[in-house]
Design a binder for this molecule. Structure first.
Ligand SMILES: C[S@@+](CC[C@H](N)C(=O)[O-])C[C@H]1O[C@@H](n2cnc3c(N)ncnc32)[C@H](O)[C@@H]1O
Length: 421
């Protein structure tokens, strides 16, 4: 692969090209990096490559003539993708580095001053790449970053190809922490899991740490993963016990027939396995069963000319959430609980963050919705994960359970359809 660098400060690249793995890759003939001084391309008698901006303002702008001539001259040697390093470009990512590593040749144009004349960007540049949301004095450091990220992906450039595969951003996540000898350093020990020699446990620990770090530092990466992550199986639990009472503590609320009926529709619409109606009160369980038989009685439905949509069949009454978990375990090995709440709970995750990891963490999730003043504390503590609250634009936050659950299910389960309906 060949890189051509265009710069007014060619000396900046001297030690960069002559050290470490890049030097080795050049010696092996894997990469060819050529640095071109822009100044000899200028028509200006005084070797000028910049001028004052039209319209006034501070600083100088790189004139189009030397850049255009330099790029044209380089292109005479064969096709190349021409990239301008610019804070106005699209952010440089690992995916971009991978895409560029597939190119035969890149011309990297390093800007200086206030940037380059826009006509160069429009007619001579294929792509603008930014290193990040900050401003450097020139494109040289950015070009070095691009070369370094790209050349190491070329086969044979880095000794161990698997070390690249597991790195931060390759998997869409940040990498797990790394440790080396000694096992204990100034009282700080290496995590036991890594010393166990048990490969599966080490893999699990690393994956969990990688997810933890990404959630802490770059939750946006998890959001991005969410669209590709498989959707897990899920059920819904409408909880009447234990729920929070008006004055604190845990109480039992009573069934609302409309809630039960609507939850069944949500379940059918979003694709839930079951809708668990959690109440320990026997009479209330009977009420749910009566509702069910009312809506499944063929004779009655025929008489009323009502369509049966298979919604209420999803309803299952359970005395406790543990009964619901046991019921779900008959079809799913690993069942976990997702709590929903109007409160901001430390460690709570967004819908996207949950979706990014949900299928990996469990075979089925039971999404719990609390009636009354929300899920009781013991249930909140029992849940493996808690979802961030829906928040409006007011201090008041008390949505009806039917409304909140519709919004939450839409956030958790709906996804961009790839194929037309
Ligand atoms: C001082 S900067 C010009 C900034 C420009 N006036 C603006 O506000 O967008 C000079 C040159 O440094 C390079 N540069 C600065 N920040 C960069 C970044 N974040 N990524 C890539 N190149 C950068 C570009 O080549 C740019 O033309």
């Amino acid at each position: 692969m060949r890189f051509d660098l265009l710069t007014i400060f060619p000396g900046i690249f001297d030690s960069f090209l002559g050290e470490s793995l890049l030097k080795k890759a050049r010696d092996k003939g894997l990469v060819d990096v050529r640095v071109h001084d822009l100044r000899p391309f200028t028509d200006s008698k005084h070797g000028k490559t910049d001028d004052a901006p039209f319209g006034g303002g501070d600083g100088m702008v790189m004139t189009p003539q030397p850049l255009a001539d330099a790029i044209d001259t380089l292109k005479k040697e064969g096709p190349a993708k021409t990239i301008l390093l610019s804070p106005r470009g699209t952010p440089f990512t690992q995916a971009k580095a991978r895409a560029l590593a597939r190119e035969e040749r890149l011309i990297l144009v390093c800007g200086r001053y206030e940037g380059v004349d826009e006509r160069i960007v429009e007619h001579w540049i294929d792509e603008e790449i930014s290193l990040g949301d900050y401003v450097l004095n020139g494109g040289e450091v950015a070009a070095m970053a691009v070369i370094e990220a790209v050349f190491r992906l070329l086969p044979g450039a880095v000794g161990n190809a698997t070390s690249i595969r597991d790195e931060s951003h390759e998997t869409g996540l940040l990498e797990h922490p790394q440790y080396t000898r000694p096992e204990e350093f100034r009282g700080h020990k290496v995590p036991e899991e890594l010393l166990s020699g048990h490969h599966e446990n080490i893999r699990k620990w690393r994956r969990a740490e990688s997810l933890k770090k990404t959630a802490e530092v770059r939750p946006d990466l998890l959001e991005r993963l969410a669209d590709e992550a498989p959707l897990p199986r899920f059920s819904i639990a409408l909880v009447h016990h234990p729920v929070a009472g008006k004055n604190g503590g845990e109480i039992t609320s009573s069934i609302t027939t409309l809630d039960v009926h609507d939850m069944a529709r949500y379940g059918k619409t979003f694709g839930a396995e079951r809708i668990y109606i959690i109440t320990p009160v026997a009479d209330q369980q009977v009420l749910v069963e009566r509702m069910k038989s009312h809506w499944t009685d063929e004779e009655y439905l025929k008489k009323q000319n009502v369509r049966r949509e298979g919604t209420v069949e999803l309803l299952v009454t359970a005395a406790t959430i543990e009964d619901a978990v046991a019921h779900a375990r008959k079809r799913s090995k690993r069942v976990k609980l997702l709590a929903t709440t109007a409160q901001r709970v430390p460690g709570a995750v967004s819908a996207g963050q949950w979706r990014a990891v949900a299928a990996e963490e469990a075979d089925e999730w039971i999404i719990m919705f609390g009636t009354a003043y929300g899920l009781g504390k013991s249930l909140m503590d029992r849940a493996e994960r808690t979802l961030l609250p829906i928040e409006g634009n007011a201090a008041f936050n008390h949505l009806p359970v039917r409304g909140a659950s519709a919004i939450i299910l839409d956030r958790l389960i709906s996804r961009k359809r790839k194929e037309p309906i």
